[in-house]
Design a protein around this ligand. Sequence first.
Ligand code: GAR
Length: 197
Amino acid sequence: MTRVAILISGGGSNMVRLVQDMTGDHPGRAVLVASNDPQAGGLARAAEMGVPTAAVDHRKFPRDRAGFESALLEPLLDARPDIICLAGFMRILTPDFVQRFAGRMINIHPSLLPDYPGLDTHARAIAAGDKQAGCTVHLVTPELDAGPMLGQARVPIMPGDDAAVLAARVLVQEHRLYPAVLRRFAAGDRTPVLLER
Ligand code: GAR
């Protein structure tokens, strides 16, 4: 069994999809859902699904990213994960933390990377006049949103779309893409998953 820990910051809809998919012949099982926000809605959803949870409030570590990360490492290492999935985890991780899990930590990002790393991806794609948007799952490397691509899903940008409408359209695809990538990745297969709507 491949042990999978999931880091979240918010509602955790991607996390729910990952956990729901990890049954039957899936090589992975969820061993921990952890958040930097004790109020994150996803923590309760994980607990309802029977997955152990942990919260380490980053606000207790002002200007101390390393201190936050060493506190986060305690429950994380206790869970002995083989793979860490970032699923709407909104803290930037230090190179030290990333290196510790090199090749074993993956992230979903709401753009067609390498376009639009960072925040406000949908507003930026609309402002640029792009015809397509989407989401990318990639290996996490020290450079933000820049690791090797493991999967991508595309959606059209329609006339009149605002960022919220586009985000909702992309999120539907995130919920298809991330479980598909994790299934492959947990089986040791890094062939990219490419989804068209
Ligand atoms: C998702 O759209 C995810 O791609 C994005 O946050 C949302 C989390 O939603 N992640 C990032 O922006 C990472 N930089 P969820 O909590 O419902 O899964």
